[in-house]
Write a protein that binds this ligand. Structure first.
Ligand code: ZN
Length: 359
């Protein structure tokens, strides 16, 4: 456990916790894994790069170091403890804890959906896989559990039950990932599903991944009306829309071909999108705010900026006072006008060339 004040106390005091996540897409973009790889494997091969990314998120304002223990033992079945994935997952928790201790942040250990379809035949196996993840997280003394990738409320409830039984009292942030039209795969409306998890004892409930901010926030607005406690929102940093509600549906507007997964960069949010998202989470009083797939550290800095949290990276926030034009203006209004004119002229020229080549 890191030496910080605990998650629940901080939430009780009204603090908003910022959470940088989305390690797989960012590590893939940097060339250290493939898009369907396990992040726990990256840890065994490239521990320095994982540590570096943790530190970058913290540098930009993340209050949490999320361990890359995701999908180590669960998806894909019968991995015995001691397997390559399992040792990677343990190592990832140790690295995350080390960074959290050194940077004064909280360490979250992940407990993810198993990838099995919920049913009589799979419950026992599911329980075993969930419990083994929980045990790993408690063994490495995480500050709290971040439950994720649950699409089926029955599995999420089972996970919560296992956390209550084996989680040694660790606080728990339970999130669902929603693909269908605002419903879980077992056909429960999101607000009701989150309220049920809250009533079953999850400390924080919310949504994570799969949807971008634009299609996640309407669900969160509805959840806010029903849930009483703190909410979490950790969207993928991609521009999903009413037509393409989750990231697997995103297409290239020119060719119509699917962007998922290797070309999602094309649909990545820009910083303005992230600012708008953070403004909205702030106005809704959501207290656990982060980004998942597609996030990079500078997006976390945008969120921290909206929440007026000072971070080591804050000094690099955009300040128009120091843009060339304004600098010129400060020194000489005539030079400022001239610079404006020059920029406008260059822009018009570029547009004229572009129009010509379109014909
Ligand atoms: Zn994600």
């Amino acid at each position: 456990m890191s030496s910080q004040q605990g998650l629940l106390d901080r939430l009780k005091q009204g603090e908003t916790i910022i959470c940088g996540n989305g390690y797989k897409t960012e590590l893939e973009r940097r060339g250290f894994t493939n898009i369907h790889g396990f992040t726990s494997r990256v840890v065994t091969e490239f521990p320095t790069q994982v540590r570096q990314l943790h530190e970058e998120f913290v540098h930009c304002g993340s209050d949490v170091v999320v361990a890359c223990n995701s999908h180590g033992e669960n998806l894909g079945g019968d991995k015995d403890s001691g397997s390559e994935e399992s040792s990677g997952a343990h190592q990832s928790l140790k690295i995350a804890m080390d960074v959290a201790n050194r940077t004064g942040t909280l360490m979250a250990g992940r407990v993810d959906a198993t990838g099995l379809e919920y049913g009589k035949a799979t419950i026992k196996r599911m329980e075993k896989l969930l419990t083994s993840q929980i045990k790993m997280v408690t063994d490495e003394k995480a500050d709290f559990i971040l439950g994720g990738m649950f699409k089926d409320t029955r599995e999420a409830k089972l996970a919560l039950e296992c956390i209550k039984k084996h989680g040694k009292g660790l606080p728990c942030v339970m999130t669902l990932s929603i693909e269908g039209k605002g419903k879980t795969t077992d056909d429960v409306d999101v607000p009701e599903a989150l309220r049920d998890l809250e009533e079953l004892g999850a400390d924080v409930v919310g949504l994570a991944c799969t949807r971008g901010p634009t299609t996640m926030m309407p669900l969160m607005r509805e959840a806010r009306k029903l849930c009483k406690g703190p909410l979490a929102v950790i969207p993928a940093a991609y521009r999903t829309s009413q037509k393409e509600e989750w990231i697997q549906l995103l297409t290239d507007p020119l060719s119509g071909s699917s962007l998922y997964p290797p070309d999602l960069d094309q649909a990545q949010c820009n910083r303005k999108d992230i600012q708008i998202f953070a403004e909205e989470t702030k106005s809704l009083g959501i207290q656990f705010v982060g980004l998942c797939c597609g996030a990079h550290p500078s997006f976390i800095r945008e969120i921290a900026d909206i929440y007026e949290k000072s971070t080591p990276a804050s000094k690099f926030n955009l300040n128009l006072k120091f843009c060339n034009i304004y600098m010129d203006h400060r020194n000489s209004p005539t030079r400022a006008k001239r610079r404006m004119f020059q920029l406008t002229w260059e822009y018009n020229k570029r547009m004229a060339i572009a129009k010509k080549s379109d014909k």
